[in-house]
Design a binder for this molecule. Sequence first.
Ligand code: G1P
Ligand code: ZN
Length: 544
Amino acid sequence: MQIEIITTHPYNDQSPGTSGLRKKVKVFQQTGYLENFVQSIFDSLHNFTGKTLVLGGDGRYFNRPAIQTIIKIAAANGFGELIIGQGGLLSTPAASHLIRKNNAFGGLILSASHNPGGPDEDFGIKYNVGNGGPAPEKYTNAFFQRSLSIDSYKTARIDDIDLDCIGAYQIDGLKVTIVDPVADYAELMQSIFDFNLLKQSIGSGYITLLFDAMHAITGPYAKRILVDMLGATPDSVINAEPLEDFGGHHPDPNLAHAKELAERMFNSKAPVFGAASDGDGDRNMITGSHIFVTPSDSLAIMAANAHLIPAYAQGLRGVARSMPTSQAVDRVAARYNIPCYETPTGWKFFGNLLDAGKITLCGEESFGTGSDHVREKDGLWAVLFWLNLIARKRQPVADIVHEHWQKFGRDIYCRHDYEAVEMDIANGIVEHLVNQLSALPGQTFGEYKVKYADEFSYEDSVDGSVSSKQGIRIGFDNGSRIIFRLSGTGTVGATLRIYLERFEADASKHDQDAQTALAELISLAEQFCEIKKRTGRTAPDVVT
Ligand code: G1P
Ligand code: ZN
């Protein structure tokens, strides 16, 4: 294999965010941009000669050429085997599973998750380590540092690989294996859930369902598992064909973007269960006939009922949630006397807890839930979890949710996002918030008395690493919270996220609309951060 060393110049903007490096496609198409970043990753890793790298992406625009480029750089850097999903496709959880199953050294996942795709939209790349999870910060910091001084990359002079043909190719010392992207993942799901029960419940018509793949990666996965294996009717999966631009839509599973699903779940012919997943298949939105389940509630309900799922029948070792996720799961953990961890936003923080066997389930308010079966959040897994619960409990989604609130109380919750805010304004808001923190505790605003106000900092209980400045928290005496943070995944300007939460024990008040129930906290949030005042905007861009 002939290896070339290509001279390059460093870019100064290759600092990975919450979930890898995400930029506009046009940025990635600059000469040497992708190559630099991939070589910076390989330069920061050690002892991988002859080892295996898993490679795949969500199929968005630029996925295929990027994979061909990466194959050549990986070959030149000495990997022994590349395992690649057919067509260059792998959902993020399926990639995580393949890394684990094959004892791979790591993997590269090409995705910008829920961000739009296309020539003028977003692309992304992230490195996952040998446990199948996103690289922790000590790695991503090293990648960035290396990218600032890189002056050359290595590439192999080999032909493009036929990504569409399943099979193995040997190119000198390198084996390239193209695998069915769905098969191993489907087998894993079969080992976790009660597929026989699901087949009966779906076959008998007790469970009718609608899954929106949003023209993203989960289409083939949902068709194989829900339709072929579990017997759902073919029209149960909509927008099933993965498209490079996701059909021009935003592949983000929430009520605003999964429009058709949202409409159908709230009309008179609504199926029993409805769900959607995102660009790369790690997120999930759960709905039932005439009900939307917030991700925070979904996590809590899963934790409270996990013993009904075959793989978790022995109980949970512990649970974890990201800091802005509501405290609903904390109540379940307290009742069952299992540990509950609060981590910064981003899946990478769950990895150590899962590896150490401290937790079994974890989740984020941003439509992410997962377990120790992989080291990523997993959209279809969450869908199957809910289907298995409905089949076991023989209850519709709304009853499951209401029963849960009766038992544990309801953490009324919502998130407001202000997108593409000018950087200076966003930084000014954060500074303004930070300046208020020391004076807030003890102050009273209507029925809300501030108990604590701080910037969240996390010390990993496994490796002792500390991550600071992970969002601003204002907590009140009655358990309510307002949290502010800037997104680490956006590609234009800054996105300010405001998370609002209030606990309601009284079951007669559980049916309130969240925006109404949280109105006072919403206006308090504006009083603290002045986003409307400083930007002239009148409402958030997205409310979830
Ligand atoms: C967002 C979510 C976060 C999630 C990440 C990747 O990050 O808030 O929970 O882990 O996407 O899917 P953010 O843009 O807020 O940094
Ligand atoms: Zn995603």
